[in-house]
Design a protein around this ligand. Sequence first.
Ligand code: GLV
Length: 323
Amino acid sequence: MAKRVLVTEPIVDSVLDFLRDRYSVEVGRRGSLDTEEALAEAVPGFDALLPMLSNPVTGRVLEAGDRLQVVANHAVGYNNIDLEAARRLGIRVANTPDVLTEASADCAMALLLAVTRRICEAEDYLRAGRFEGWEPLGFLGMELGGRTLGIFGMGRIGTALARRARAFGMEIRYHNRSEADPETVRELEAEYADSLQELARSADVLSLHCPLTPETRHAVDRRILEHMPSHAVLINTSRGPVVDEAALAEALHEGVIAGAGLDVFEREPEVHPRLLEAPGCVLTPHIASATRRARRDIGMLAARAIQGVLEGRPGEEIPNLVA
Ligand code: GLV
């Protein structure tokens, strides 16, 4: 009998075709498996699960997977999966590193430019019919050359953003759990900051690229925001809960910092109502990896991890396993 794969919602066709050529595949309706209950009910009988970030793959879900051998997340982050429980149950877990690095860094750069040059605000003004001609004092923003970009989490995406920012003449500082690769540091002429607090104090733009862990949850809180210069801007394309969203909304309303570009939110798909009204913000619906190429490659990497676990020979390497 063909092995059974559950894909929790529709993904790129060529990836589904690859899976259908080999397995019996079921694809969930978008959003229908976003709760622990629904997922735990759906998972029995499947050999492999291909979930989205929005699917809570908890211990209860993994225990319900009576035949489950592998969970291949459709994302590089895997904070939606209980890795401890997976290890205990002998279920392998894969993520999708590398293939979304450039797309995500492009998006972070786009937010950085959109916020510092007030692009969305200016567009709204024009569309509202308020453009009455060139103004010497209209929509003044921040020029990037010579400004400091602070990167919290100098991994793949942080490094890719830093390269882009260097091309715009920005100086790079970063804070990481460990020092970044010396070669990269040399290439970017990047300076290490001992703490997030120190990074926040010295950055004109602070961009977040860390994973969501108990240590990074609410890492950017009121205290950190108060360390940032009042002209500074925060960019978040990592995970919403890294930022205390209510504190950020208040800080923006009070002018503690000048703006924010956010692609991720604390309780997606909800966005804090005070943030929706806050000045200087560009808000996007978690689209950092949303390019045709990245979404195809993410899907294929996840699908190949499923194939590797279900059919691989012992000792054969699957590079993107995290458990
Ligand atoms: C997207 O947010 C990812 O982790 O891939």
